[in-house]
Ligand binder design. Structure first.
Ligand SMILES: Cc1cc2nc3c(=O)[nH]c(=O)nc-3n(C[C@H](O)[C@H](O)[C@H](O)COP(=O)(O)OP(=O)(O)OC[C@H]3O[C@@H](n4cnc5c(N)ncnc54)[C@H](O)[C@@H]3O)c2cc1C
Length: 276
């Protein structure tokens, strides 16, 4: 983990209300693992705001001294509003990479990625890291077509806006039916569970609760249980384990989301106790 003042290289509203910001951050670009996050000092706020590493370029290795990371963030309050107003050349104070990210088990071949809304943010980096070795399906659920990720499954990287995710099967789902199936991401999850060796999810609390219920049902009916890792985005204080502000009770005892997570096994969380 390193604290640095880094230059913004671009910042655009990629999806209505959602910004894609690229930051010149060579150390984080080569070390950040999918699911890890950074914290940003947003304007005058004492508490830094956490954001998943959404993309990195280059992905790994190299010590050329060059490298950028991207954040994909939704403007929800004063901190993210400030961040959305930063422009090319502005310098921001970032700290990271932080936390424990996703892991892929030996022997897994087919990975199912499930994103609800802005939960797509950490899953794109996971897809970028995994696509050369694994079969990937990415379900993205959004309210309407305009809120879907600008996904490109062709080899061509059209712009910094659209990473090349060649070979990834993209499955859009929208609540109003304007693109893909009508409904929620979890409505079509079961269609892919026989295929998937592992599931990785990031989304709102209700999505996780629905997934936990599906898992419980599968356990009760002795059906195939696909291991599922989720990224938990609870409110955080320090972001690196000093303040215990993000401690949650799990089936494996008390855990700090910022240091022991944010990635956890779906079935380890006591969902009735989680508030976001
Ligand atoms: C590990 C981690 C990774 C994250 N990654 C991303 C990301 O990649 N993209 C992204 O858009 N957001 C992400 N978030 C959420 C993001 O940190 C918050 O949206 C942000 O801190 C809000 O700051 P604010 O000052 O704009 O809003 P505030 O004024 O602090 O709050 C505004 C609203 O946002 C809600 N909010 C605040 N913090 C969170 C939170 N942690 N999770 C959910 N809702 C929250 C509040 O309840 C309130 O309704 C992540 C959170 C965590 C813990």
């Amino acid at each position: 983990m390193k604290q640095s003042l880094c230059s913004v290289t671009s910042n655009v509203e990629a999806i209505p209300g959602i910004h894609l910001m690229w930051i010149d951050a060579p150390d984080i670009a080569v070390t950040a693992q999918p699911g890890q996050f950074i914290t940003v000092r947003c304007g005058g706020f004492t508490l830094r705001r956490p954001f998943s590493v959404h993309q990195s370029s280059p992905l790994t290795g190299g010590n050329s001294g060059e490298g950028e990371i991207a954040l994909l963030f939704k403007v929800t309050g004063k901190g993210t509003l400030w961040l959305s107003q930063q422009q090319k050349g502005d310098r921001i104070d970032i700290l990271g990479p932080l936390g424990k990210g996703f892991s892929i088990e030996q022997g897994s071949k087919n990975l199912l990625l499930v994103a609800g809304g802005i939960g797509i943010a950490p899953l794109v980096l996971l897809a970028q890291h995994a696509l050369s070795q694994y079969q990937l399906t990415l379900i993205h659920g959004a309210s309407t077509a305009a809120q879907l990720y600008p996904f490109s499954s062709t080899g061509k990287k059209r712009s910094k806006l659209t990473p090349s995710l060649k070979g990834v099967q993209f499955v859009p789902v929208t609540e109003d039916g304007s693109m893909g199936k009508k409904g929620m991401a979890t409505d079509i999850l079961s269609d892919f569970l026989d295929w998937a060796d592992q599931v990785y999810a990031c989304g709102p609390l209700d999505m996780y609760k629905a997934m936990a219920k599906m898992s419980l049902r599968a356990k009760r009916n002795n059906l195939k249980l696909t291991k599922c890792q989720i990224a938990l985005e609870v409110r955080m204080g320090c972001g690196f384990g000093a303040c215990y502000g993000c401690t949650i009770n799990t089936k494996k005892g008390l855990k700090q989301v910022c240091r022991d997570g944010p990635v956890f096994e779906l079935d380890d969380i006591i969902w009735q106790e989680v508030t976001i």
